[in-house]
Design a protein around this ligand. Structure first.
Ligand SMILES: [Zn+2]
Length: 176
């Protein structure tokens, strides 16, 4: 049975690959927003983080406390569900919204930085604090864009790895 570290590493790798692919396709389309290298990198980083969590998730839902712990969350049905989620338009839309919001934050941050440079005293400090807060928000949103796909890829990677063990994974995992 793959241990926790193997699942986390595998999930991270799969999340990274899935978001790298998603970002590459986005760049080819150059739609709906022009590519931003920093946002692309953070998008992939978010995918890797989501993948690491997704790689752990099935065992968090159904901890490996006995040999037959693999229930619905470890089933083939759950694997296809997680795989299907990654292909949903809803996920693309979430990515678009996060990235668009990050671009808006960047534009506002640049304006706040300019204002901080041009004003002195307390007003200048307020603009500088505002710019810093916008920077944090921008980085957070750009990272968040990659989390859902990474999470789904990590989840599927866990079930694939478990599926290759002698115990394999159940079709539905329901005990009636
Ligand atoms: Zn497992």
């Amino acid at each position: 049975m793959p241990n926790r570290d193997v699942h986390v590493a595998l999930g991270l790798g799969c999340g990274l690959l899935a978001t790298t692919g998603a970002v590459a396709m986005r760049r080819q389309r150059a739609e709906p927003h022009p590519a931003d290298p920093l946002h692309d990198i953070l998008h992939v980083l978010g995918g890797a983080l989501g993948g690491a969590v997704g790689g752990r998730l099935p065992d968090l839902i159904e901890p490996a406390i006995h040999p037959n712990h693999r229930g619905p969350a470890h089933s083939l049905l759950a694997a296809s569900g997680a795989g299907g989620i990654a292909l949903l338009d809803l996920v693309r839309e979430f990515e678009d919204r996060c990235r668009q919001a990050a671009i808006t934050c960047r534009a506002q941050r640049v304006a706040a930085q300019d204002a901080a440079r041009e004003t002195h005293g307390l007003r200048g400090v307020v603009h500088a604090v505002h710019a810093s807060a916008l920077l944090v928000l921008e980085l957070w949103l750009a990272t968040l864009a990659g989390v859902p796909i990474g999470l789904a890829a990590g989840y599927v990677s866990h079930l694939l790895a478990d599926g290759l063990t002698p115990k394999s994974i159940p079709l539905l995992g329901l005990r009636i």
